[in-house]
Ligand binder design. Structure first.
Ligand code: DSN
Length: 411
C-alpha cells in the first residue's frame, strides 16, 4: 500500500478509476493527450513546494537557485523549439496566457476582432460571460457558409470597419490550417496587433507541419497539454520588444507564484518535442485524422469543411437523425470519449448541438495507426446509427476494450 492509498483511499480510488478509464477507453477529445512518464514525474516533484514569485535571477523569495535552472531551461527550450525571441512559461493555463496578452496591449473597452465561438473560436476570445467579453469590446468574424473556411474577406472588411486594437487568430474547433500571413497583412493594414492562439495545433507548428505564426504575430499563446503533449499549462511567445511588458502582465499583473513543478514539466515536454520522434508522432496524428475522415464520410456523416488538414474533425451527426448530445452519450457507452460541439450556422442549441468534435492526438500517442482508425471509424458509425440499442453499444464496448488491451498508456 502506498502513502496516498493508505492515508486517503477515497482520492486514491478515484485516481485508480481514472487510470482505468484512460487505459480501457478510446480518448478522442481533440484537446486531450497522454503526457509522458518523465513529464508526470516532474509535475509530481518537490518543486510544488517552492514559491518563486518573479523571474529567474529576480525573485521575491530566497532558495530559488534550482527552480531558476528549471525555468531557464523551459524558456530556452521554448524559444529554440518555436524560434521565438521571448518566452514566458509561467501562465497557469491558456486562458491566463490570453489574458496576459490582453492586459499587455488593451485597455478596458478596447475593440478586439476574433473568431466567433460558434464557428470554432474559444471562450477567452470574447465570449460574453468570460472576463475577455466583459472587459473588452469583442467583435467576431466567422467562416464561410459554403466551405466553412475562415472568411478572410469578412475579416478584412470588419477590421476596416471596427479598427480593432488587436486581432486574434486561432481556434479550438477548426479542422483546417490557419493562414497566419493573411491575418498579419490585415492587422498591418489597420494598425492592429496580432495575437495567435495556437493551443490546438502547437505540436504541428513545432515540427513544421502547420503554418508558423511566430514570424508574423506580435504574440503567440498556447497551452502545453494538447498536441504538444506536455503538462497542463500555458505559455506566451513574443518579440523581444514586448518582453518586459508581457512579463509584467503575467506577474504581478495576473498571477502570483508560478507553478514550478509544472514549469519543470514544460521544460521536459519541450525537450521531448525537439526529438525526431515527435515529428513522426505528429505526422501520425495527421494521417490518423485523414483516415478517420475518409471512413466517416464514406459512412454518410457530414464533416465541417468536408474534411481535415489538422488533428481534429468536426462531425455533423444530423444525417443520422440525431443530435450531438445523444451522439456523445452513445459513444461514451462504447468507451469512445468525444465532446458534443456546435457546428458553424448551427440551428440547434449549445447543450444539444448538431456536431461532435473528434481528435486523434491521444490515440496516436498510444501507437494506434490507420488500421485502428478504420476499425474505430466503423464503430463510431455503428453507434451513431443505433444510439439507443443497448446490445449494439455493449458489443461495441467489448471491441473497444479488446483493442485498448493491445495499446498501453504512459503510467
Ligand atoms: N477546452 C479546450 C478545448 O477542448 O478545446 C480549449 O481550452
Amino acid at each position: 500500500m502506498n502513502a496516498l492509498q493508505n492515508q486517503d483511499p477515497q482520492v486514491w480510488d478515484a485516481i485508480q478509476h481514472e487510470q482505468d478509464r484512460q487505459r480501457d477507453g478510446l480518448e478522442m477529445i481533440a484537446s486531450e493527450n497522454y503526457t509522458s512518464v518523465p513529464v508526470m514525474q516532474a509535475v509530481g516533484s518537490e518543486l510544488t513546494n517552492k514559491y518563486a514569485e518573479g523571474y529567474p535571477g529576480r525573485r521575491y523569495y530566497g532558495g530559488c537557485e534550482h527552480v531558476d535552472v528549471v525555468e531557464d531551461l523551459a524558456r530556452q527550450r521554448a524559444r529554440s523549439l518555436f524560434k521565438a525571441e521571448h518566452a514566458n512559461v509561467q501562465p497557469h493555463s491558456g486562458s491566463q496566457a490570453n489574458a496576459a496578452v490582453y492586459l499587455t496591449v488593451l485597455n478596458p473597452g478596447d475593440t478586439v476582432l476574433a473568431l466567433d465561438l460558434a464557428h470554432g473560436g474559444h471562450l477567452t476570445h470574447g465570449m460574453r460571460l468570460n472576463a475577455s467579453g466583459k472587459l473588452y469590446h469583442f467583435v467576431h468574424y466567422g467562416v464561410t457558409q459554403d466551405h466553412h473556411r475562415i472568411d478572410y474577406d469578412q475579416l478584412a472588411r470588419m477590421a476596416r470597419e471596427h479598427r480593432p486594437r488587436l486581432i486574434v487568430a486561432g481556434a479550438s474547433a477548426y479542422p483546417r490550417q490557419i493562414e497566419h500571413g493573411r491575418f498579419a497583412e490585415i492587422a498591418a493594414e489597420v494598425g492592429a496587433r496580432l495575437m495567435v492562439d495556437m493551443a490546438h495545433y502547437a505540436g504541428l507548428v513545432a515540427v513544421g507541419l502547420h503554418d508558423d505564426p511566430v514570424p508574423v504575430a506580435d504574440f503567440v499563446t498556447t497551452t502545453t497539454h494538447k498536441t504538444l503533449r506536455g503538462p497542463r499549462g500555458g505559455m506566451v511567445l513574443c518579440r523581444e520588444s514586448y518582453a518586459a511588458d508581457l512579463d509584467r502582465s503575467v506577474f504581478p499583473g495576473l498571477q502570483g507564484g508560478p507553478l514550478m513543478h509544472v514549469i519543470a514539466g514544460k521544460a521536459v515536454c519541450f525537450g521531448e518535442a525537439m526529438q525526431p520522434g515527435f515529428r513522426t508522432y505528429m505526422q501520425g496524428v495527421l494521417e490518423n485524422a485523414r483516415v478517420l475522415a475518409e471512413v466517416l464520410l464514406a459512412g454518410g456523416l457530414r464533416l465541417v469543411s468536408g474534411g481535415t488538414d489538422n488533428h481534429l474533425l468536426l462531425v455533423d451527426v444530423t444525417p443520422m437523425n440525431i443530435g450531438g448530445k445523444l451522439a456523445e452519450q452513445a459513444l461514451d457507452q462504447c468507451g469512445i470519449t468525444v465532446n458534443k460541439n456546435m457546428i458553424p450556422f448551427d440551428q440547434r442549441k449549445p447543450m444539444d448541438p448538431s456536431g461532435i468534435r473528434i481528435g486523434t492526438p491521444a490515440l496516436t500517442t498510444r501507437g494506434m495507426g490507420p488500421t485502428e482508425m478504420r476499425s474505430i471509424g466503423g464503430w463510431i458509425l455503428s453507434a451513431l446509427r443505433q444510439p439507443n440499442d443497448a446490445r449494439v453499444l455493449s458489443d461495441l464496448r467489448r471491441q473497444v476494450l479488446s483493442l485498448c488491451q493491445h495499446f498501453s498508456v504512459p503510467s
